[in-house]
Design a binder for this molecule. Sequence first.
Ligand SMILES: [Zn+2]
Ligand SMILES: [Zn+2]
Length: 133
Amino acid sequence: MRVTSGSDWRDSIPFETPLLLADIAPGGPARCVACGVAADPLERDRLWVVKHRHPNDHGGFVRFYCADHAPAAAATVAGPAPDAVRAKRAATPRAPRAPRPTPVAERPRPVCPDCFVEVPPTGRCGVCGTMVA
Ligand SMILES: [Zn+2]
Ligand SMILES: [Zn+2]
């Protein structure tokens, strides 16, 4: 069992549900995963956190998003967004010639052992700056 600096706050949040980071894991400014490491860190009340499933880690991993990059559900977090989206998708008739997008095998990236945040390709955690091999 690896010893980490904090409790595993991932356990307290549901999968694939955008939540305000300040409510879940208060702390210092952090970076949006999409803005990248070059962007200025944002206060946590301006960041969304989403827990994604990780093929190799039962606990999943989290990503932080700014308002611009937050998954669409974050904009309507008060409403029944996921179900509505799913229903809409199911109701969409099959497009006759729509080429099916090739599923991109998203290669799992390492997760920061302290923040449980997926580490960008640079290998440096965008939140705490730890280098993760
Ligand atoms: Zn962003
Ligand atoms: Zn970190």
